[in-house]
Every structure is written in structure tokens, then in C-alpha cells.
Design a binder for this molecule. Structure first.
Ligand code: PXG
Length: 438
């Protein structure tokens, strides 16, 4: 069936203006390396690694072959009271990549599931240790932890919450860390704002530490427009959590797998180890859906105290540690290592930063934020917010560049295999569009 014969009404696209989209669909049909091809055969430079996930670039042979081989060999294996060798290998590889004593991996199928898994483990951890009153979960304004009920409850995006009823109760939020008055056009981590972590002390004073299970934050908020943490902020958050016996969860769904340059995870880059770390996206280079929650020793051990014959965690999914996902994860981690892609991201980050900040004086730009191979360009909103950034996104696609936008912020997060001339192209296309834009 050709695209013309297909009834476009059947597919409901998520996080999309469906009626607007159907009038003028943007369709991708294949991908290789840094490029997609659209339905007209045009190359589209991938400026956002798909959806922040294709860190090694598209259709990498080692990953494709591993998935193909596995699907023909072991299409499915149950994960409850059963396992398969690739599951153990993938978990071991991931635990070795994670910093500190983050040694115990539970697999799931997405970042949303990873977030809800981490929150459930935090609640159960306290209960098993005799502190069952610790039920409060603390998120952060402008936080994104996926779309499960747990994730939207601790998440800090009103648009993702307001339609869905009362959500989890007993949730509070830290303030977000964006401060354009003091930090606009910071390069890398902003200097001001570490003291915003002290707001956790205020929340503890209000509710009492004995009622708080966990704090969950993205080390760098991605979806709400690239908000790198102020210098010292994450360390301060860690200290306050430790002082009060509160578990710290880092959601590294976007920041993981070299996105910020250097080590695999932001936790290691900033020298702050959480009690639970969640990841997804780059774990399989986007090829097969997979997420994971990685627990520190003390968290895992709390679940290993009951009778040996009792199930220690009543949680998991039919597709936990799916063979194809495990094969993809192993081959992805091999590809990252073989090609030194995290180091590459670090080495390119200065060039990328200069290119991003070259748009400082372009029309409409009110802030540029960056770290590693991520940049956010914030535009002054029109009377109808988000329309300006949407227009940049749409015009860029027609000029052969895929971007993301959120609110009036354009997000750039290319695969880590990007070349300097492609970095130049991304920012020169954006610059041209901004000059043409009302
Ligand atoms: N946590 C974080 C920090 C995320 O960024 C999720 C959890 C949820 O992951 P799943 O796999 O359930 O979607 C995410 C997802 C965007 C964009 O353009 C970001 C995400 C997803 C789609 C679009 O900002 N992040």
C-alpha cells in the first residue's frame, strides 16, 4: 500500500498536533549514520539523535546484526523465574559502566517504566527496613520522568499533569534551576544557583524527613529545554539526602551514554553517586525499546533479607530483559567503547559550544545553554507561545535538519559521531531561519 492509499486517521501520534500534522505530514523512511531520508528521498541531518537516543548514529552494523541474529535464535524468553545469558551479560556490562556501587540492574522497556520502577523500589526499600512512613516523593519543577502515573506525579510539567486527575498524593517539588537573570548565556554549568538545593531542607522541615522516601531529578533537565545544573547543586542535593536518609534517584534517560561528554553518566561526570540511577534511550541506541533502573548495593541488599524462597520484588514486565533488547544493549555498549564515542563527545564539546553560542546575537534569542553535545536555544515567545520555536523546527525540517523544540526552546542533541562540518551546518541553518523569522 502506498502512503496515498493509507488511511491516515488510524494512527494517533503522541505529543503531536495531529490535525496540523495530517495536513502536512513529515515522514521518515530510512536512516544511516547522521542522516534520515524522508519520503521524498531527501537527506535530513539528525540534530537530535532521533529523540535523544541514537547516540552512536543510525543503523550501526554491529547493533543491527546482533538484533537480527538474536531474533532468529531466541525470539523471547520469560524473565520471571527464568533468564537467558544475554540478560546477565547486558546487566553486567551496564553495572560496570555505572559509577560507584550502582551494581544491580532491573530492566524494563522505556524511560517511563524505569522512573516508575525506581520510585516503587524507593518506597519498598524504606518499608522493608521498617520505615514504612517514608512515602513522600520529591520531584522538581520542569522535571520530566516519562508519562506513567509515578513519572507525571513527580514530574514538573503542568501540561503533562493537568488532564490526569489527582495523581500520586504525597508528592512535593523542588524549584527548577533555570535563572536567566543571573545565568543567561552561560557556557557549560551555570555559576549561580547551588543554593536552590537547600530548598530540600525547607521541604524536609515542612514534612519531616521520616515521611520522605526519595528525591528524583534529572542531573540536567532535558525535555523542558536543556537546564544544566548550577555548579555545586547536585553535590548539595546528595549531602542533604544523605543527612536525612532520603534516597537520591538520578534520571539519566537523556544524560546517560556520553551525552554530556566524558564518562557514561552525569553521576560520574559531576562526582555525585545516587542511590538509584535510571536510563533508557541510548542504552540500545534507540534500536529496541529498553530501560533500566540501577540500584546501589545497600538498596539491593534491603530486598535480600527475607526467606530465600520468597519473591523479593513483586515488579517486572513481560518484556523485561527481552533477548533482542539485551543483544542491542551489548552491541551498543561495544560500539560506544570501540569508537570511544563518550570521549569523542567530550573532545567535540568545545567546538559545539562555540558554534551554539555564535547565535547569541541572532534575532529572538534570549538564552543559549549547553553542556557536552546538548544545546538549548531559548527564543522570546510571540503572543502565542511555542509558535516561534515550532516554526524553526518546521522550517529546519524543510531545509534538511531535524531538531526538537519544547515551549520556545530549540533543543540540539546530535549523535555523538557528528563531524565538525555537520555541527557548523546545524547552527548555520538555525541562524538563517532566525534571521528570516518574524
Ligand atoms: N526521563 C527522562 C529524563 C526523559 O527525558 C523519560 C524519562 C521517559 O522515557 P520514555 O522512554 O518512556 O519516553 C524521558 C523521555 C523531547 C523528548 O524531545 C524527551 C523524551 C521523550 C520524547 C521526547 O524532549 N524524554
Amino acid at each position: 500500500m502506498t502512503l496515498h492509499e493509507t488511511n491516515h486517521d488510524a494512527l494517533w501520534l503522541p505529543f503531536t498536533a495531529n490535525r496540523q500534522f495530517r495536513a502536512n505530514p513529515r515522514m521518515l523512511v530510512s536512516a544511516n549514520g547522521m542522516y534520515y531520508k524522508d519520503q521524498t528521498g531527501r537527506d535530513v541531518l539528525d540534530g537530535c539523535a532521533g529523540l535523544w537516543c541514537v547516540n552512536a548514529g543510525h543503523c550501526r552494523p554491529k547493533i543491527v546484526e546482533a538484533v537480527q541474529k538474536t531474533v532468529a535464535e531466541l525470539d523471547f524468553a520469560p524473565a520471571f523465574q527464568m533468564a537467558h545469558p544475554l540478560a546477565f551479560e547486558a546487566a553486567d556490562r551496564l553495572a560496570k559502566l555505572a559509577p560507584g556501587d550502582l551494581n544491580h540492574v532491573l530492566f524494563c522497556n522505556s524511560g517511563s517504566e524505569a522512573g516508575d520502577t525506581a520510585l516503587k523500589i524507593a518506597l519498598a526499600y524504606h518499608r522493608l527496613r521498617g520505615e514504612g512512613a517514608r512515602t513522600r516523593l520529591i520531584g522538581r519543577e520542569r522535571g520530566y520522568h516519562g508519562v506513567g502515573f509515578g513519572g507525571i506525579s513527580v514530574g514538573g510539567i503542568s501540561g503533562n499533569r493537568k488532564l490526569y486527575g489527582s495523581l500520586l498524593n504525597g508528592v512535593d517539588h523542588l524549584p527548577h534551576t533555570l535563572d536567566m537573570r543571573r545565568n543567561a548565556f552561560s557556557r557549560g554549568l551555570p555559576q549561580h544557583g547551588a543554593e536552590l538545593a537547600d530548598e530540600l531542607e525547607r521541604i524536609v522541615a515542612l514534612h519531616d524527613a521520616s515521611t520522605i522516601a526519595a528525591v528524583i531529578v534529572e542531573p540536567m533537565a532535558g525535555s523542558t529545554g536543556v537546564l544544566p545544573p548550577p555548579v555545586g547543586y547536585l553535590k548539595r542535593l546528595r549531602e542533604i539526602c544523605t543527612k536525612h536518609g532520603i534516597l537520591l534517584i538520578f534520571d539519566e534517560v537523556i544524560t546517560g551514554f556520553g551525552r554530556l561528554g566524558g564518562p557514561a553518566f552525569a553521576a560520574e561526570k559531576y562526582g555525585v553517586t545516587p542511590d538509584i540511577l535510571t536510563c533508557a534511550k541510548g542504552l540500545t541506541n534507540g534500536t529496541v525499546p529498553m530501560g533500566a533502573a540501577i540500584m546501589a548495593d545497600h538498596v539491593f541488599e534491603a530486598f535480600m533479607q527475607g526467606p530465600e524462597t520468597a519473591i523479593d520484588l513483586p515488579h517486572g514486565y513481560t518484556y523485561t530483559a527481552h533477548p533482542m533488547a539485551c543483544a542491542a544493549a551489548i552491541a551498543t555498549l561495544d560500539t560506544y567503547a570501540d569508537e570511544h564515542l563518550f570521549e569523542r563527545a567530550e573532545a567535540l564539546s568545545g567546538y559545539f559550544e562555540d558554534a551554539a553560542h555564535s547565535l547569541k546575537n541572532a534575532p529572538h534569542v534570549v538564552d543559549i545553554r549547553n553542556v557536552g553535545l546538548v544545546a538549548g536555544i531559548e527564543l522570546a515567545p510571540r503572543n502565542t507561545p511555542t509558535t516561534r520555536a515550532y516554526e524553526v523546527f518546521e522550517r529546519a525540517f524543510h531545509k534538511g535538519l531535524l531538531l526538537r523544540y519544547t515551549g520556545d526552546i530549540i533543543a540540539i542533541s546530535p549523535p555523538l559521531i557528528i563531524e565538525k562540518n555537520e555541527i557548523d551546518r546545524i547552527f548555520s541553518i538555525i541562524g538563517d531561519i532566525l534571521h528570516d523569522l518574524a
